[in-house]
Design a protein around this ligand. Structure first.
Ligand SMILES: N[C@@H](CCC(=O)N[C@@H](CS)C(=O)NCC(=O)O)C(=O)O
Length: 343
């Protein structure tokens, strides 16, 4: 009963705040506070991880940094709020964070019933399975009767049930909220299989295998059982803020497409190319349209880098994860990453 009353109360609060706010209200609050509250994961190498100096790094973190660079001209003006998959949506609805940049999959119900807007795709992913090599498995079709480690409140949990049902197999779920506890359960053999987004499997295999086990002791099976387009999420109520988050990610992609990098951005300010002049605010107008300084893209690229730089440094060939660009390559190179024009 208490839970029901609480749920209704939370629902009413969300509904009330959604109608009470006007365009710019979230942005005004962020500016008044002086930093961005970015909801990230609790710790996945390459995506969102506090390093040994306590500094947050990763592809998701770079999106938070880009939005702060766009709004404040300073990518450091972010406070990171680590959230489990179970905690993340309540934290966004309640205003504990301004956005999520934490490997959340775009889905219809999250976009509608939960009261959110998705503002792009940071990483095109899909769900996979990791198993100990010693089990000798070659395919997910051989997993009948397996014990499977999975996080609650995720698309992972739902796809898992669908996949096993569709393939007339049974499984025993081991549902654990905290990602470090899931890893511990998997590596200690409490489950035969760990299933999540394949990027997170690659991160776990690269960064979390406890000695004396090694990376070679684990394999990721070939099947990808779902579409997991992962991207930043904001709550309903401030279209201007949503636009800023959307176009900050697009700016990173657009900069890569036009060859603008953190290293050459100062040179590029002198370019004669009309598109580059518009992207970098040398020809004014785009900043004004978003309610930002005309140097918004310059600040993002100078301080954070373009999408390709961030991908390479955090999850690609310049990182321990060594994930190929694959679907996350630009559309001009056969991938899915496509930013609409900044004009
Ligand atoms: N993309 C899926 C799964 C997301 C998910 O569970 N990700 C994990 C593994 S990377 C995570 O970030 N958990 C947050 C944490 O506890 O750090 C979803 O949106 O439901």
């Amino acid at each position: 009963m208490r839970n029901v009353t609480m749920a209704v109360a939370v629902g009413l609060t969300v509904a009330f705040s959604a109608t009470a706010v006007t365009a710019g209200a979230h942005l005004d609050a962020i500016k008044a506070r002086g930093n961005l509250l970015c909801g990230v994961g609790t710790g996945t190498a390459g995506f969102n991880l506090a390093n040994s100096q306590g500094k947050w790094v990763g592809l998701n973190v770079d999106v938070c940094r880009a939005v702060a660079a766009a709004i404040f001209g300073d990518a450091e003006k972010v406070k990171y709020v680590p959230l489990t998959s179970q905690q993340r949506f309540t934290a966004l609805q309640s205003g504990e964070v301004d956005l999520l940049s934490n490997n959340t999959t775009v889905t219809l119900t999250r976009d509608t019933a939960l009261g959110f807007d998705f503002t792009g795709v940071t990483y095109y992913d899909g769900q996979g399975f990791m198993v100990p090599k010693k089990l000798g498995l070659k395919s997910a079709k051989e997993l009948n009767g397996a014990t499977v480690c999975v996080a609650p409140g995720t698309t992972t949990e739902l796809n898992l049930a669908d996949y096993f049902r569709a393939n007339k197999m049974s499984f025993k779920p081991v549902v654990i909220e905290k990602v470090d506890e899931i890893r511990a359960a998997f590596f200690s053999g409490r489950c035969d299989v760990y299933t999540t987004d394949s990027s997170a499997l690659a991160a776990t295999r690269a960064a979390n295998v406890p000695a004396p086990l090694t990376i070679e002791d684990f394999v990721i099976l070939p099947e990808i059982i779902s579409k997991e387009p992962l991207g930043p999420v904001v709550r309903h109520g401030d279209n201007q803020f949503a636009d800023i988050v959307r176009w900050s990610l697009y700016a990173m992609l657009e900069a890569e497409e036009y060859g603008i990098t953190s290293k050459n951005v100062d040179e590029m300010m002198k370019s004669d190319n009309p598109t580059i002049k518009r992207i970098l605010g040398v020809t004014p107008g785009m900043g004004k349209a978003l309610g930002l300084d005309e140097k918004w893209v310059y600040n993002i690229i100078k301080q954070v880098g373009n999408y390709g730089e961030s991908f390479d440094r955090n999850v690609g060939m310049g990182s321990p994860l060594k994930i190929a660009r694959g679907q996350n390559e630009l559309w001009t190179k056969g991938g899915l990453q496509y930013a609409p024009p900044i004009r």
